[in-house]
Design a protein around this ligand. Structure first.
Ligand SMILES: Nc1nc2c(c(=O)[nH]1)N[C@H]1C(S)=C(S)[C@@H](COP(=O)(O)O)O[C@H]1N2
Ligand SMILES: [Mo]
Length: 198
């Protein structure tokens, strides 16, 4: 990770780690479209469904028993705040998809509470996405998506579904919650893909 010098990010200066149109924040704002779901960990499940209907599921203890990774990543919200150098622990999506035989090109991510977000399957692979359950050395707060959230830091943060409960693999792309409401279908912060048409 690059070193960020906080003093060099004031007005008129461009931080190399800050995508266009973003400002730095030190807090961790909470942005949720609805109430915070509190799924019961005894019944919690994470499910991968392939485009042929094959299902793979993990209970909470099973997810926690998988090999995990710690990552330090920058977060970029479409509402223009960015938070650099955040520390997470979770399971790489590569690990969750390792045994899944798929020819799908797209994925729909589903969350407890009904939130959805879509992305190309390629953006979930090759060390680019995690199902994260610890933030900054502690169990993830419910407000920030605990018990577990998707973390896809190279796209705007609305793609990082909080309270994640599964990934559905699809041949055809289909818009999720914010993508249906006018957000960009892909959401690359470096290309300022905020809204459809950007
Ligand atoms: N399930 C769910 N996931 C969600 C959202 C939501 O409303 N529901 N909001 C998204 C948006 S728009 C943003 S910016 C981030 C905010 O994450 P935070 O509240 O941890 O900062 O979560 C994303 N994931
Ligand atoms: Mo957002």
């Amino acid at each position: 990770m690059a070193i960020v010098t906080r003093g060099f990010t004031g007005r008129g200066r461009r931080d190399v780690n800050l995508p266009p149109g973003q400002y730095l924040t030190e807090d961790f704002p909470v942005l949720s479209a609805g109430p915070t779901p509190r799924p019961n960990l005894d019944k919690w499940q994470f499910t991968v469904t392939s485009e042929t209907g094959q299902r793979f599921g993990w209970t909470w203890p099973e997810l926690r028993a998988l090999p995990s990774e710690t990552v330090t990543v920058d977060l970029h919200c479409v509402t223009r705040w960015s938070k650099l150098g955040t520390h997470w622990e979770g399971v790489s999506v590569d690990t969750l998809l390792a045994d899944v035989d798929t020819a799908a090109d797209f994925a729909m991510v589903h969350a407890y509470g009904g939130y959805t977000t879509n992305l190309p399957l390629a953006d979930l692979l090759d060390g680019q996405a995690w199902v994260a359950y610890r933030y900054d050395g502690e169990e993830l707060d419910p407000e920030h998506g605990g018990p577990a959230r998707l973390l896809v830091p190279h796209l705007y943060l609305w793609k990082s579904a909080k309270w994640v409960r599964g990934i559905e693999l699809m041949h055809e792309d289909s818009p999720g919650f914010w993508e249906s409401a006018g957000y960009h279908n892909y959401g690359d912060p470096w290309r300022e893909q905020r809204y459809s048409g950007d």
